[in-house]
Design a protein around this ligand. Structure first.
Ligand SMILES: [Zn+2]
Length: 237
């Protein structure tokens, strides 16, 4: 078994064996210590897809590395990419909502909110069945009304390499691996080939450091955080 496979297996074992009870606050020193019993956790999240030319190869790479992630979908990109969405769920990834037209949620009427979030939820539900599909608001912006309407947790992020800016794989990888710590939620966009490549290099680098990749839902579960509708989450540790 090669090192990559061994690392992923250690992750699975550690997560399966970990108790679901809340953990007490730990010191920075304790967080820095990497052991199989208590691996640092990190959640990769991908916004703005799906896009067959980039999301497909990304799913291939994540499967090879046994690294689950979370995909927040733009509703108007689902048509024609249904198999990709089914594949995400079948391969253990978490699927969430990123509005239908990638619009800012602040200030929307209830009707417009439903056309953006409710319509996307209905599309995902039609493909994957009933579930609580969590929300990532475009630009990270959401007001109290929209939080009350969304019916699930609002997932923000704690590490943003701004992968859309220059699409420079080396810079994006460095911006993540030099800033990441236990419990981080990393923001990337699976629209860009450079982001898919960067994500897989991030997985390789951080798995070699002992990190386990989990979905946002798994991250919260492992840390004993009960997801609340309308609450916003950035980092879970
Ligand atoms: Zn977005």
């Amino acid at each position: 078994m090669n090192r990559k496979k061994l690392g992923a297996l250690a992750c699975v074992l550690a997560l399966v064996c970990a108790l679901p009870a809340p953990e007490p606050a730990r010191s920075a020193d304790a967080r820095a210590e990497v052991t199989m019993d208590d691996p640092p956790l990190v959640a990769l999240t991908f916004d703005d897809g799906p896009r067959s030319s980039t999301t497909g190869p990304l799913l291939d790479g994540l499967a090879l590395r046994e690294a689950p992630a979370t995909f927040f979908l733009v509703g108007n990109r689902i048509s024609g990419n249904e198999e990709l969405v089914r594949r995400m769920a079948a391969e253990g990834h978490q699927v969430g909502i990123h509005t239908y037209d990638h619009v800012e949620l602040k200030g929307l009427s209830r009707k417009d909110f439903d056309l953006q979030v409710g319509k996307t939820r209905a599309l995902i539900t039609g493909l994957l069945g009933d579930g609580n599909y969590w929300l990532r608001p475009p630009y990270g912006l959401i007001d109290e009304k929209a939080r009350n309407w969304c019916g699930g947790p609002v997932v923000l992020w704690s590490v943003d390499p701004e992968d859309w800016k220059d699409k420079d794989v080396d810079r994006v990888v460095a911006a993540v691996v030099e800033n990441v710590s236990d419990g981080d939620i990393i923001l990337l966009h699976d629209l860009f080939p450079s982001s898919s490549q960067a994500a897989l290099r991030v997985v390789d680098t951080l798995q070699a450091r002992g990190y386990c990749f989990v979905t946002v839902e798994q991250l919260m579960s492992q840390r004993g955080v009960v997801p609340e509708a309308g609450a916003q989450y950035r980092k879970i540790n």
